[in-house]
Write a protein that binds this ligand. Sequence first.
Ligand code: NDP
Length: 329
Amino acid sequence: TRQIVLASRPSGWPTAENFRLEEVQLPALQPGQVLVRNTAMSVDPYMRGRMNDVKSYVPAFQLDQPLDGGAVGEVIESTADEIPVGTHVLHGLGWREHAVLDADKARPVDVSAVGDTPYLGVLGMPGLTAYAGLMAAAEFTSGDAVFVSGAAGAVGSLVGQIAKLSGASRVIGSAGSPEKVARLLELGFDAAFNYRDGDVVGQLAAAAPEGIDVYFDNVGGEHLEAAIGALNVDGHAALCGAIAQYNSDDKPAAPRNLALVIGKRLTLRGFIVAKYADLAPEFQQKMTGWLTSGQISFDETSREGLDQAPQAFIDMMRGANTGKMVVRL
Ligand code: NDP
């Protein structure tokens, strides 16, 4: 079987040379384990941080060792009664065609209605990030005007739609192309702009003439600075990601207006989705309902084949995806 290992640590933007495709032998199954043939895997922004040799909330990837991350697949061999052959499961050993893992590390999923890839996006970790980040970290309440950056991505596109369904007075999104901006308006955002056109402060002011009450930050830097400027008194920001700086060795210059947090009595809260696991059942129930009723739409950009996974990851970081980027295996 084949897997992708970290060949070298990227400095700045990752390149194909940082990854290597390897042929390996599968270990024999121990009692209580399953062998999964992976059918799809996720590439996520947080993986970039794990490619650096630094201490963080998730351990760094090791050189010459396989990468890992969210994946879905079908059990083709099992020594665990609770997960028989034929079960579709979600687990954490992506970046490989086959995975051997303890049965309690694999969560059975129902692929009959929606297929497998939604468990990597709208029904999975990014979906919970959007829901918990908006509801718990940002403490959204009905009537709030919400701004979300990275709005056409896996998390951002759901933040905007969930906010709208939950009574937001206005939802504004920013993204990196005219096509993405058009897509956001189709998804029900009240306003959207292309940050690559420049003047994020001015574009945000035009899109939110009465200011914003909640900012969901996927980007950091200039976007965060603009949002601090636009937030109304007692406003809240959930700091979810800072993708504008993941591939840069320099420290970001913005936000330069942090002192506004004091006078405007703003709450800025960083969060990690894993800390909101208690909200997962409530999220699953609501999201399943919204999908069934057609009230939430989700986009997916996919690549075919394990050998395409490194490029899919690099392209996602550069904005090639609308909605969730996945690799079908
Ligand atoms: P996305 O699907 O949003 O993909 C990443 C997107 O980031 C790209 O499509 C690109 O879109 C955008 N982007 C890249 N560079 C820049 C830049 N310099 N400025 C603005 N936008 C940029 O990824 P996810 O939805 O999976 O993740 C979104 C964010 O949420 C990330 O920051 C991620 O780290 C974070 N996250 C945090 C979690 C947590 O627990 N705190 C959990 C999951 C995700 P465009 O074309 O618009 O530039």
